[in-house]
Design a protein around this ligand. Structure first.
Ligand code: HEC
Length: 168
């Protein structure tokens, strides 16, 4: 049986060896590059998740036991509402940042929520953190409370037929 190694040895010339080595090195380098990139991406999005948990989930909880006990819409509901209004990631992220840095009644897309919970209080958030949080929200599927899907269907119809601003 001819193994790859013995084939290369038997057919090797200095030039062939050189080419073989060159491409192996290239392959190795390109793999390392990919590894580094994905490492950066994961650490960025896990940073976004940590910030989201620490700065938003106290109110926008993904694990509330029922709709009756919540103090703000779950973040999955906020995402759903903002995704219907803003198509591109840039618009979506800008809108979330602009809202969190300065929540104002006139800007609210979730008017039902403003009536029910009152306006989100203005807090001393850092804009750079909001950028990471908003990107995380846009790019990832968020956890939802267990009651959320049923509530969504019952109160607001399906995603296409949903009425404006009716997250209550
Ligand atoms: C102290 C509680 C509290 C915290 C903390 C909080 N929110 Fe809110 N948020 C609310 C309430 C209440 C509403 C619903 C009423 C409203 O829309 O203003 C809301 C609504 C929103 C809305 C929808 C606004 C609209 O168009 O009506 C967005 C977007 C939002 N929050 C983002 C965030 C993000 C991002 C964070 C974390 C950086 C955060 N919130 C932290 C209480 C909070």
């Amino acid at each position: 049986m001819v193994t790859l190694g013995s084939y290369i040895l038997r057919n090797s010339t200095p030039m062939k060896n050189f080419i073989y080595l060159f491409f192996s090195l290239l392959l190795l380098l390109s793999c390392q590059e990919k590894d580094n990139q994905s490492h950066v991406l994961t650490s960025q999005s896990s940073e976004g998740y940590e910030l989201l948990k620490n700065q938003c989930y106290a109110c926008h909880s993904p694990v509330s036991s029922s709709h009756d006990v919540i103090i703000a819409p779950p973040m999955a509901a906020v995402k759903m509402r903002y995704s219907r209004r803003f198509d591109s990631k840039d618009e979506f992220v800008d809108a979330i940042i602009s809202w969190t840095m300065n929540p104002e009644k006139e800007k609210a897309l979730m008017r039902g929520a403003v009536d029910k919970f009152e306006l989100m209080p203005k807090q001393a958030f850092k804009e750079e953190d909001m950028l990471k949080i908003a990107s995380y929200i846009y790019e990832n599927k968020l956890e939802e409370p267990s009651w959320f899907a049923a509530h969504q269907k019952e109160m607001h119809g399906n995603a296409n037929g949903m009425r404006q601003g009716m997250i209550k």
